[in-house]
Design a protein. Structure first.
Length: 140
């Protein structure tokens, strides 16, 4: 298994993202990549627009949901096709990042699905011998 990555898993009527990484900033980055993979084929998405993102939540798991819902908001409202993220600050309750991507262009980007929201169902972040792992379910 790669040091960092994600996979999509099936949940009745929904889909889940399992992400893993050696540290928490990389884990949040991989979860973002997983979310974007449910929306748009990442091939050809260029990191030409940037968006600062700041989210807060009472704990680490809820912070992951807030982070992914903010990315979903950028996709829906700003028509963002996400390419990458740089986590600049991450604590137990706050995250600051720069999100990179470009304006969604249906002629160039293949839309693969729709995510309504990130949920709290089966939500967890846990330390592993290799680093960290997260599971989160999205409503599709």
């Amino acid at each position: 298994m790669a040091e960092s990555g994600f996979e999509i898993f099936e949940v009745t009527a929904d889909q889940g993202i399992r992400a893993w990484a050696p540290d928490l900033p990389a884990l949040f980055r991989e979860a973002a990549r997983g979310l974007w993979s449910l929306l748009i084929d990442p091939v050809g998405v260029r990191p030409i627009r940037t968006f600062p993102v700041t989210v807060e939540a009472p704990d680490r798991e809820l912070l992951l949901v807030a982070w992914l819902n903010e990315l979903l908001y950028l996709h829906e409202v700003e028509s963002l096709a996400g390419a990458d993220t740089q986590i600049e600050r991450l604590t137990e309750t706050a995250l600051q990042a720069t999100v990179r991507g470009e304006t969604l262009d249906p002629a160039r980007h293949r839309i693969v699905g729709h995510v309504k929201a990130v949920t709290y169902h089966d939500l967890r972040i846990a330390a592993t011998p290799a680093g960290w792992e997260a599971r989160v379910v999205v409503d599709v």
